[in-house]
Structures are given as C-alpha cells and as structure tokens.
Write a protein that binds this ligand. Structure first.
Ligand code: GLU
Length: 297
C-alpha cells in the first residue's frame, strides 16, 4: 500500500510548538515510508480563522524546511464537495434536522466524554412550530473501537459517549468531522498523524467513513504538549509563535519532545542538517504513549 500522510493546520493563529510536533511527525513518517506528505489548510470554520494566519503558516513551514507534495488544499473552497458528501449521508436515512439551541441541550443532556450528549429531542422529527438549525447524524449504541499506533486500543460507544453529532452547523458551515472525512478520502490519505486532542473524534470519523464506504485509515495520535498547569499549549494559553529565524533549534526541541534524543551539538546545526539526522535516526517507537506530555520550553 502506498503511504499518503498529511498535515492539516487550522489557521486560527500562527504555527506554534504543538502544531510543529504534528507537522514534524507526520512528515518524518511519510518520508521514511517513501510516501507523500500533503498539506491541507483547515480554514472552513471562518469565524475562528485569523486573517493572514494561513499565509504565515505556509511561510513558517517553508522556513522550517518542509516540502509538501502537490498544491495546498483549502477547505474554504470545497463547500460544493462537502454538500455532495452530506447528501450521500442523507441517503442513509440517519441524518436529521435539529432545532435545539445550545441552552436547551445543556439543560437536558447528560455528560459524555466531550461535553453534552445530545438527548435525541429531534430524532423523530421537529416539534411543531420549530425550525431546523443544524443537521445531526444518528449514532449507534454499539462498540466503536480502533487501534491507534501510539495510544493503543481505543474503545468508545458513540451513542453513549458522544451522542448524535452535528454534520452541518446552525451557521450553515459543515462541521469539522464531515470535512475531515471527506477530504482525507478525496486526497487518498492512508495515514493520519495528529495530536491526541483529536483522539476522541476518531471513532466519529471512522463511523462516517463506514457509512460513506470510504476506506478506514491508520491513525497515530501524538501526546499533546501541555504546560506545567496541564493546559494545552495554544493561542489561548499564550503559547509563543515559532520563530522562523530559529527553525533548527525548534526542530531539535520537537525531536527531543518526541523522545528521539537528538545530539546536543545538533542544536547549532542548520535545518537541513537537523532533517538529515532526523530522517536517518527516526524511531517512532520512542514517542511517549500518553495523551499529554509536559513541555517546559
Ligand atoms: N485542523 C485540525 C487542527 O489543527 C487538525 C485536523 C486533523 O488533523 O484531522 O487541530
């Protein structure tokens, strides 16, 4: 099987350490498998997209010495395709309109692993006088398990742990879960390497893949870099943007975070030298098999 990997940043801000960890790992995995490495800009969630961030991410990736195959795919330009995929899912009979507001759901829902489990209010049709806001898909009360290359066996029950989830949002935008499944299939992606903050999304994505008769992918979820307080390094926790002028040192730090034990002397090397070392010494088995790992950089 041909290996096709990808990096799919959301341009909600500049590239930071956590996203660099996913970029480096997906890149090294693709290259060491003689595969392709694709780049997809997940700029679908326009209210969260920051103007200029997509270009800044591309400039950083170039400065860090990444070379992607083909042209960058922009999710914001793919609404027609997502509509087609959404219509295909509708033929399954499992997609239904939902009129509930966030507050109504919060008031009656039980808590699942990612917040409120939708109580199923609109499953059998909208109440009289209510209009559709979002579109949801029915989930199954059945085991949804997969084997993650880093995190091991993951078990979920979509109905109990997640609930019927949104495919098309109240603001008319297609949800991440639908877009990511649609694009991974369209791009022929075979292997997904990303942060463990998305581990709990994976059973939903595999469920949609089955319904759409798309191939199921192989997944590897990396430990998320957290600060001493256990908070994910992100724009919200004021994670520093990466310094393009110090790319080699940042790459070294990522390799260290990934348990690769890069030699200290490599800290003062060029990016090309760091990549050469990393490609020659890459040992994915050394990545910590945990969901979160403290990073004190
Ligand atoms: N766009 C997502 C993020 O930046 C990643 C999506 C994915 O890799 O599936 O968190």
């Amino acid at each position: 099987m041909h290996y096709i990997g990808r990096f799919a940043p959301s341009p909600t801000g500049p590239l930071h350490f956590g996203s660099l960890v996913a970029a480096v790992t997906s890149y090294l995995e693709a290259r060491t498998h003689q595969g392709l490495w694709l780049l997809r800009m997940e700029d679908l969630d326009t209210p969260r997209t920051m103007p200029g961030a997509a270009d800044a991410i591309l400039i950083s990736l170039e400065a860090f010495g990444f070379e992607w195959n083909g042209s960058v795919l922009y999710q914001s330009q793919r609404t027609a395709y997502y509509s087609e995929v959404f219509e295909r899912l509708q033929t399954s009979g499992l997609v239904y309109p939902c009129a509930c507001t966030r507050k109504e759901i919060a008031d009656s829902a039980v808590q699942g692993i990612e917040g409120a489990v939708y109580p199923g209010t609109c499953r059998n049709g909208l109440m009289p006088g209510r209009t559709a806001r979002a579109w949801r898909i029915m989930t199954e009360d059945a085991p949804a398990s997969f084997n993650d290359d880093i995190q091991g066996a993951i078990h979920q029950n979509l109905a109990r742990d997640i609930g019927d989830f949104v495919l098309k949002r109240a603001d008319g935008l297609f949800a991440y879960q639908l877009a990511v499944v649609a694009d991974d299939a369209a791009q022929g992606v075979s292997h997904v390497v990303r942060g463990a903050d998305l581990l709990d999304s994976t059973p939903r994505q595999i469920y949609l893949q089955h319904l759409l008769q798309f191939p199921t992918l192989q997944y590897a979820h990396l430990p998320v870099a957290v600060n001493a307080a256990g908070e994910k390094l992100s724009k919200q926790t004021k994670a520093r943007a990466l310094d393009n002028a110090n790319a080699a040192a940042a790459l070294w730090t990522v390799l260290d975070f990934l348990g690769q034990h890069p030699p200290a002397a490599l800290q003062r090397a060029t990016t090309a030298e760091v990549w050469q070392w990393a490609l020659g010494h890459w040992q994915p088995g050394r990545i910590a098999r945990v969901r979160a790992l403290t990073f004190s950089g």
